[in-house]
Design a protein around this ligand. Structure first.
Ligand code: PLP
Length: 464
């Protein structure tokens, strides 16, 4: 262990200080009074680490380097769209930081203009008729969209529609949101080519179907070519189509969910329109609707005020700085990058569905099975080479899934470096599998007991 990997309490030495201030001249009588009044006066001095200024600086600087972010290196985490977040977006946000949600509307015209611009821009990008910016995450958007679907059916006296159809490749939030909204989830199988099986869909349709949730391209990165037919079948039985917009990136400026027959959708602003979102936040999941659902949008209240304004403002800066023509390039380059990596590695890693993908694709472990070496080992070994691991063991369709999404913001050189490392890991798997099974070797923590780390995390230092 490096000396400065120690906890700051372990660096502490009695009496060491990092500053000097004049002696305290607070009135001891007043202090005594405060003690009596509050009843929460500390009996013994607080146990703070006693360290010099350089120790403090090194402590925090080293802590910051124990983390991995999109500003540290390549982050091909499938489904999450970890694209680089231009610093300009943060700069633009600075001018809004003084706003308070309760200040008079007449003094917040700029913020209001930004919000109404974003609704218009999202309508145009997605082919929808209206948007609410309130939901604060993709999953929150799903719940909101499903509530709109429920309201639509109820208000027409169509109470029997209690089921939502979801493909087996869907993100886990889809069935979770449907269940949270009180719907029964019905799974529809994918065909061997990874697309929704229309023949399996047909018998599920009927007067009890509230709608169907889909993402396109789907979770395998494959474009659902039959989407128009699927939408018309679902509409034909009286259901509505929900679009999970987490995979909107490759479609930007090229195709629109509204034109594919979707009635309601969310956008993950924090994914598609660049916001730092590693570690689970912050997010924004605006919900868009077609003409049919427009009347229900206004009555909706799913969050305080206007949602996550900071994320919305960053997305606005991103959209405006790319402009109409360059927005369409984002998805094109994301698609090119994903296909480039896929084709360059498919001799070393098993590609279960060998076709052109959109912005991401899925390997199923190492070619030839990998012997004892698992997808987890490959992911852990990548960390030693300074790359964030791809998404693993999702989607659930494949047992050794490795889901890679490079995004459009990486240079060919970075993609080549990643390809080379993935190839050498595949090579190591056959020659020295033990190196992989015990990886990572160069990170502050190697292989924590993940269940214990989640269920019994040790988050505080015990003084001995
Ligand atoms: C990320 C994601 C979601 C959920 O979005 P959150 O903002 O994390 O709640 C839903 N579906 C897909 C396909 C996703 O990738």
């Amino acid at each position: 262990m490096r000396y400065y990997d120690r906890l700051i309490f372990e660096l502490s030495r009695k009496g060491r200080i990092g500053f000097s201030l004049p002696a305290c001249d607070a009135d001891p009588v007043k202090a005594e009074t405060a003690k009596g009044v509050t009843g929460i006066w500390r009996e013994s001095p607080l146990d703070l680490p006693e360290v010099s200024e350089p120790d403090v600086v090194r402590h925090y600087t080293n802590l910051s380097q124990m983390n991995f972010g999109v500003d540290t290196g390549f982050y091909p985490l499938g489904s999450c769209t970890m694209k680089y977040n231009p610093k300009l977006n943060e700069e633009v946000l600075q001018s809004f930081l003084g706003l308070h949600p309760l200040q008079p509307e007449s003094t917040a015209g700029g913020a209001e203009e930004l919000l109404s611009f974003m609704k218009k821009a999202l309508c145009e990008i997605c082919g929808m008729k209206g948007f609410t910016l309130q939901p604060c995450a993709g999953a929150h958007g799903e719940l909101t969209g499903l509530m709109l679907i429920r309201e639509y059916h109820r208000s027409r006296g169509d109470e029997a529609r209690c089921k939502v159809i979801i493909p087996d490749s869907a993100h886990g939030t889809n069935p979770a949101s449907a269940a949270a909204c009180g719907f029964e989830v019905v799974e529809v199988k994918s065909r061997p080519d990874g697309l929704v099986d229309i023949d399996a869909l047909r018998p599920l349709l009927g007067p009890d179907i509230a709608g169907m949730m889909m993402t396109n391209p789907n979770t395998l990165g494959l474009f659902e070519k039959d989407i128009l037919e699927i939408a018309s079948l679902v509409h034909g039985c009286g259901g509505l189509m929900y679009y999970d917009g987490a995979n909107l990136n490759p479609l930007l400026g090229i195709a629109r969910p509204g034109d594919m027959g979707f009635d309601v959708m969310h956008v993950n602003l924090h994914k598609t329109f660049s916001t730092p979102h590693g570690g689970g936040g912050p997010g924004s999941g605006p919900v868009g609707v077609s003409e049919k659902l427009l009347p229900y949008l206004d009555k909706l209240k799913v969050s305080g005020f206007h949602g996550n304004f900071g994320v919305i403002a960053r997305a606005c800066a991103y959209i405006l700085s790319l402009g109409r023509e360059h927005l369409a390039e984002a998805g094109t380059f994301a698609t090119l990058s994903a296909n480039y990596i896929k084709e360059s590695l498919k001799d070393c890693y098993r590609l279960p569905i060998d076709s052109v993908c959109k912005h991401e694709f899925v390997f199923d472990g190492l070619a030839g099975g990998g012997g004892d070496v698992t997808t987890l080992d490959v992911a852990k070994r990548l960390l030693d080479y300074g790359f964030h691991a791809p998404t693993i063991y999702f989607p659930l369709l494949f047992h050794q899934a490795i889901m890679i999404e490079p995004t459009e913001t990486e240079s060919k050189e970075t993609l080549d470096a990643f390809i080379e490392v993935m190839r050498s890991i595949a090579h190591e798997a056959s020659r020295e599998p033990e190196v992989l099974r015990t990886a990572p070797h160069n990170t502050p923590v190697s292989r924590p007991d993940e269940t214990a780390a989640a269920r019994q995390p040790v988050l505080k230092y015990e003084f001995r």
